[in-house]
Design a protein around this ligand. Structure first.
Ligand code: NAX
Length: 328
């Protein structure tokens, strides 16, 4: 029998946490044959609700779930962690400037990065979900100099899945027929969902759609503003779809992309495609044996170049701002 994998979830009492934990415990994070131990990190005000969720996890009698620990101490939460899902963050509230938002989140992600550095297992893999996800991942990574930088990733898989779904709807294809879609840049309104290399049942997606106006005026804004549309409709932000994307992200990272396909992950740039080294930006990646690689050699047309550059510029500005605040 396998040793359980230690999975730490921050913000465990939040709405994404509630949608996420039951599926982790039922094998959707790592695989149907991988036992897990959960560590739930919350702030003191969230501990009681996290305990309630833990009671429900107990009551589900998940065969793969080998233990649950709840704490408000990052050093305890990340002790021996193999996978860390950093979901809890400080949301932007009315009247908050970007600097305020970044420093509030720096106060969360810097100590968590240090706690990961000091306590996590050697094979730790980190996914940052809490917004601003890319820059929060950069802050955590900078605070963990002993952990290889590439273990810190940010979630753009929800954007990736949203884009696949919109493209399927437009073309009448099944989502399972769509491959090689890419989200570039920041998980924000500047993100760029790229269909120029995507395929629908083996045929080029952009050629199949053959409608640049739809691409520029409908597809890209629909994907980029989907979060706001969900809030408008549901009266609350995306939770189950965000949890689903977090599971997809880690599952793919650990278990590999399908032959001939790739996925999108926010990862520290190695300078590929003119994205400055070090910033955490979304790229097309393949994964194998727990390691990801940027897909190389894609032709980037002018339409794509302008949009990738705009999103990367925003990431550079966020990086400069957190540098000025002394967070990295
Ligand atoms: P909730 O407000 O429901 O839950 C957040 C939880 O985090 C709360 O229980 C809070 O007590 C906890 N928390 C706050 N600071 C903490 C700390 N220092 N340590 C541990 N726990 C802490 O938010 P929810 O809807 O679950 O969303 C969580 C985050 O995901 C938000 O930042 C949100 O913006 C972000 N999202 C990111 C997405 C992505 O694609 N990358 C999509 C969905 C979501 O919007």
């Amino acid at each position: 029998t396998r040793t359980p994998v230690n999975v730490t979830v921050t913000g465990a009492a939040g709405q994404i946490g509630y949608a996420l934990l039951f599926r982790i415990a039922s094998g959707h994070l790592l695989g149907a044959d991988v036992p897990v131990k959960l560590r739930l990190l919350e702030i003191p005000q969230g501990l009681k609700a996290a305990e309630g969720t833990a009671m429900e996890l107990d009551d589900s009698a998940f065969p793969l779930l080998r233990g649950i620990e709840i704490t408000d101490d990052p050093n305890v939460a990340f002790d021996g962690a193999n996978v860390a899902l950093l979901v809890g963050a400080r949301p932007r509230t009315k009247g908050m400037e970007r600097g305020d938002l970044l420093s509030a989140n720096g106060g969360i992600f810097k100590p968590q990065g240090k706690a990961i550095n000091d306590n996590a297992a050697d094979d730790i893999k980190v996914l940052v979900v809490g917004n601003p996800a890319n820059t929060n991942a950069l802050i955590a990574q900078a605070a963990a100099p002993d952990v290889p930088a590439e273990r810190f990733t940010a979630m753009t898989r929800l954007d990736h899945n949203r884009a696949i779904s919109q493209l399927a709807r437009k073309t009448g294809a099944a989502v399972s027929d769509i491959r090689r879609l890419t989200i570039w840049g920041n998980h924000s309104a500047t993100q760029y969902p790229d269909i120029f290399h995507a395929e629908i049942a083996g045929k080029n997606a952009a050629e199949t759609v053959n409608d640049e106006a739809w691409l520029a005026d409908t597809f890209i804004p629909t994907v980029a503003k989907r979060g706001a549309a969900i809030i408008e409709a549901r009266g609350a932000s995306s939770a189950a779809s965000a949890a689903n994307a977090a599971l997809d992200h880690v599952y793919t990272w650990v278990n590999g992309t399908a032959e001939g396909d790739w996925t999108s992950m926010g990862i520290p740039s190695d300078g590929s495609y003119g994205v400055p080294e070090g910033i955490i930006s979304s790229f097309p990646v393949t994964t194998k044996d727990g390691v990801y690689e940027i897909v190389q050699g894609l032709d980037i047309n002018d339409f794509s170049r302008a949009r990738i550059d705009a999103s990367v510029k925003e990431l550079q500005e966020e990086r400069d701002a957190v540098r000025e605040l002394g967070l990295i």
